[in-house]
Design a binder for this molecule. Structure first.
Ligand code: PNS
Length: 163
């Protein structure tokens, strides 16, 4: 069976934790499409197009031949259905993530019961990494080199540092 997974998220910005999940998803599924979506609870710093471009560059740098990146202004479940996805992939860092993710999964399953949600737990190395922490550290000029892919480091630091 040919599998097509969507890895949805706000990715503002895409972190090394996200990359860890993406790399593992690429080994599990035939094709993985990273999809930048809106999170109603967050105000994004980067536009959807900027985030897609950054992710595309990382995919190229990492040689992830079965991955690509896209964006959607709609619902994750609708997007997954529209491209005939078989799976949704989400990363899990801790118990708080689990509670949030299982609630979201219930809505996604209601809207697209044919799409299976799969959770990939992230390695301990990335358990503390979040896009929010990256943005906060970057604002104060702290080194975010161990938190985001190299290519994204400069872009985020330049955009966010307080002048
Ligand atoms: O990286 P995030 O912010 O945890 O990702 C959350 C995201 C963007 C996947 C979620 O907010 C989402 O699916 N947004 C699109 C709109 C949608 O489908 N909402 C229903 C979720 S209950």
């Amino acid at each position: 069976m040919k599998t097509l997974a969507v890895f949805p998220g706000s990715f503002d910005p895409f972190t090394l934790g996200h990359l860890d999940v993406l790399k593992r998803a690429c080994r599990l599924f035939g094709e993985v499409r990273v999809c930048v979506l809106e999170n109603a609870d967050k105000r994004a710093v980067f536009t959807a197009d900027e985030r897609v471009q950054m992710i595309r560059h990382v995919i190229g740098d990492e040689g992830l031949v079965n991955a690509c990146a896209d964006s959607s202004a709609g619902l994750t479940a609708q997007y997954a259905k529209s491209i005939g996805a078989t799976h949704l992939v989400r990363g899990l860092r801790n118990a708080a993530d689990y509670a949030y993710e299982t609630e979201m999964e219930a809505f996604n399953r209601l809207l697209a019961p044919e799409v299976q949600t799969v959770y990939l737990t992230c390695g301990a190395k990335y358990a503390h990494v979040s896009s929010g922490a990256v943005r906060e550290l970057a604002r104060y000029g702290a080194d975010i080199g161990t938190l985001v892919p190299e290519r994204i480091n400069k872009i985020v630091s330049e955009r966010l540092i307080k002048r």
